[in-house]
Design a protein around this ligand. Sequence first.
Ligand SMILES: Cc1ncc(COP(=O)(O)O)c(C=O)c1O
Length: 356
Amino acid sequence: MKLFTVGPVACYLEVLEAMGRQMMSHRSEEYLELHYDTVERLRGCLETENDIYLLSATGTGFMEASILNCVRDSVLVCVNGSFGKRYADVAKAHGRNVILLEPPLGEPITVEALEATLRDHPEVEAVALTHNETSAGLINPLEELASLVKDQGKLLLVDAVSSMGGTTLKVDDWGIDICFSSSQKCFGVPPGLGIGSVSPDALRMSEVVPNKGWYFDLKIWQRYHEQGRGTPMTSTIPQVAGLNAALKMIDGRGGKDWYFDLFKTRNAKIREGIEKLGLTTFPKNGFESPTVSCINAPEGVGGLKVYNAMRSNGFELAQGYGVLKETTFRIGNMGYMPDEDIDSMLETLGSVLEGF
Ligand SMILES: Cc1ncc(COP(=O)(O)O)c(C=O)c1O
C-alpha cells in the first residue's frame, strides 16, 4: 500500500534502519549523545535557542503539558477544526476557563478577529493556536498572529503537529512559547514521541501554576535536560534514534530549506493534479496547508467512497475528519514519498473518479 496518509506516514528507510538497532540504556553515554544531538538539530530546524524536550507521549501529551504549565485560569483557544476543538477540550478537562475564537470552517484566524477577542478578554493568560489544522487542510498566518499575541504580552502555545518540519517555524523571532509536534508527521518517523520547544517565559509561568501533576511538569523536564540527563522518564529510544536519522538525512541533503521546498513541490504537484481532475480544495484560497490537501468530494459521491476505491487500488489516502468526514477526503504529502508515487496516485485517482 502506498501511503498518502496524514500521520502516521511512511517512514524513511534511514529511519527504519536506525530504529531497528539493539536497545541501549536511556542513561547511557550513547543515548545521551543521540538525545542532545537530536535536540540541537531540532533547534536549528525551529530557529530557536529554547529548550527542546522529547516527551514519551504523542503530540496530544505536549498539548496537555502546555495547558498544565502555562495556563492558571484562562486561555483563548483558536479553533479551525477538530484539533483546535481538542485543544479546547483538554483545557476544559483541566478546569481552565476557555474563550473560543472559531471562524466558519475553512477560514483562517485573522489578526482582526484575534485582536477583538483579546480586547474583550484581557484576562486570558495564553493563546492556543493550531498552526496547520490537519482536519481541514488549512494553515493559519502564524507570523502575523504571533506578533499580535506578543504585543499583548500573552503566552503563545502552538500546535505544530502537522507543520513542524514541513514549513518554516521561526520560534524565537515569532515568540512562540510552546511549539509542539509528533514524530509521525513531517519527520516521517513512527508515532510515540512528542517534540516541543519551551521558552523561558513558559517555564516561569510553570513555576507559579499549581496542580500540574508530575509526568507533564515541564520544570521537571527542564531539570533533567539541564543536568545533561535527557529525560526524566524512560525515553522512547527507537523513535529518538529514528528522528535523529531523519534530521541527519535532512541536514545531509541541503538542510531545512531543502526539506520545506520538497513539501512545497509535492503539495503543488498534488494540488495541480487535483485541479486537472476537476476537484477543488476545502479551505479558503491562500490558506491551503503545505502538508495535507483537504479535497471536496465530487458532487453525489462521498469522501469515503473515494477513500475506499483508492484503497482497493493500493493507495491509502486519508478519510475526511470530524464534521468533514462525509464531504471531503484528504491527501497527505508528509514523510517518505517517492515522486513517481505521486504521479501514479493521481493517475489512479483519475480512473477511480471516472468509474463513479
Ligand atoms: C494538528 C494536530 N494536532 C494534534 C494531533 C494529535 O496528535 P497525536 O495523535 O500525535 O497526539 C494531530 C494528529 O493528527 C494533529 O494533526
